[in-house]
Design a protein around this ligand. Sequence first.
Ligand code: HEM
Ligand code: HEM
Ligand SMILES: [Fe+2]
Length: 478
Amino acid sequence: MLTNAHLKYESQKLGMNYFRVAIVLFGAQLLLGLVAAIQFMYPGFLFEVLDFSVARMVHINALVVWMLYAMIGSVYYMIPDETGEEVVGAGLGKLAFWVLTAAVTVVVLVYIFIQIGSGTEATIWLINEGREYIEAPRWADIGIVVVVLIFYWNVFATFMKGKRTGIMTVMVADLFALAGLYLAGMFFTDNISMDQYWWWWVIHLWVEATWEVFVGALAAYGLIKILGAKREIVEMWLWIEVLMLFGSGILGLGHHYFWIGTPEYWWEIGALFSALEPVPLVAMFVHVLYDWGKEQGHMEANAAEGEKAHAVNNTPAMAWIATNAFGNFLGAGIWGFFHTLPQVNIYTHGTQFTAAHGHLAFFGAYATILIGMMYLGVQGASGIKKMTMTFKTKMALFLIIFGLLGMTVALTIAGYEQVLVERADLGGGWDAYFTAQNLPWMVQAMGWRLAMGVVTFLGFVYLLWDLLTIGKAQAKEA
Ligand code: HEM
Ligand code: HEM
Ligand SMILES: [Fe+2]
């Protein structure tokens, strides 16, 4: 993780820089999640030192930012492979990286140390914009836009100069939409319905449209790189996935417009299109496993004929990409579908059920494949032809997956209790909320969430340790 020794391209070196910051922010995200989870059980913990509101905010903002870092890193890493060219503006790209990282550091410090006091026009500019997940103050927002413009220019101009593969075409178009949507989270209106209306354009249209397409393109790239899968087949699947993802995901936005003061036609639109959202996720799942199985089959057949086999050349990355196929389907597809119809959502809205889905989906759909990309980066940077799993790789996989599934189960039980007691039985008022919060099902679930959070964190320690050491160890063996 710390070396660039075997990378020829500046673009890939820059990609590694993004990966390095991403993994640090991932660790910070988990630590603050643990603080917030402890505060659920012992509300006095770190009170007025690091309040729950701050811990929670840093937890989820760090999540979004580390994922964006790892996404930018992945793109810089794949550019030379896909286009056959060095990135056009490496120097500018590097400058943007340092500017962004300095800005992120300042924003995090302001989050942690300066959050108490009244909100004014000035605090929107300097302290906090007040929109969950993208709370960065406006000065940082504008900085982010500038940095992203540089990034996008780099991707686009290199694409125009070099080979234009299907994967890269999807990437270039998708990144345009992804970056453009960020602007919808920068308006200010003092009408909370309107504010939420635009805010969901960023949040939903990121994770259920543009980020999913991004993952489709990454998986396609990964399958070619790791398995030697046939480009024509992989790209054909990719186009189908893009069509289905946008076809369902864009209007699926309606599932956030059920109760925020938007017109009632959103009930039908949201229900219909969001119910279709799991379909492309099934397709992506089938596609990855099918290709993996097919290449495995070819390999065995070739080996039987005594030919040189094309083996999986990076088993840690492949394991995380396979986990992605499962996790995306389970976290986004199944856990999302559970509460997406208005008839159900009227009971589950804003309960721990939402948090269960949020955790499994973000982890399953995004954390997994981005970790896989980091292993690809480490492989390239250390010049390893065939990277294989170590004990640490397996511990990381096992503990992180087990921890996340454990947290999800605990939160799902808590959400179920809220639906039955707080909403269905007691009618969902203020007293009902506190009654439900104090029942044993909820209290125990919060205990289990914390315990499973600790398991996840242990897994992260193994992951970090593995990423730092696997390159050197296996390069030496080779
Ligand atoms: C990888 C993709 C996805 C991610 C990362 C994700 C993540 C999230 C998160 C974090 C929230 C909570 C937002 C908040 O703070 O209020 C949420 C809400 C929601 N998600 Fe997803 N989601 C994904 C896909 C899906 C899919 C495919 C569906 C439906 C089939 C779905 C249905 C919903 C619904 C209905 C809500 C609103 C919950 C409520 O009313 O409280 N999600 N999602
Ligand atoms: C050490 C492990 C973790 C712990 C202890 C933890 C704990 C928490 C806590 C206490 C909250 C606040 C919930 C609330 O307000 O009711 C939260 C929110 C959230 N966390 Fe985590 N978390 C962990 C790991 C993760 C991971 C790995 C991800 C994603 C990859 C993630 C994504 C989220 C999201 C999206 C929310 C907002 C959910 C919502 O509003 O519906 N967390 N987490
Ligand atoms: Fe959504």
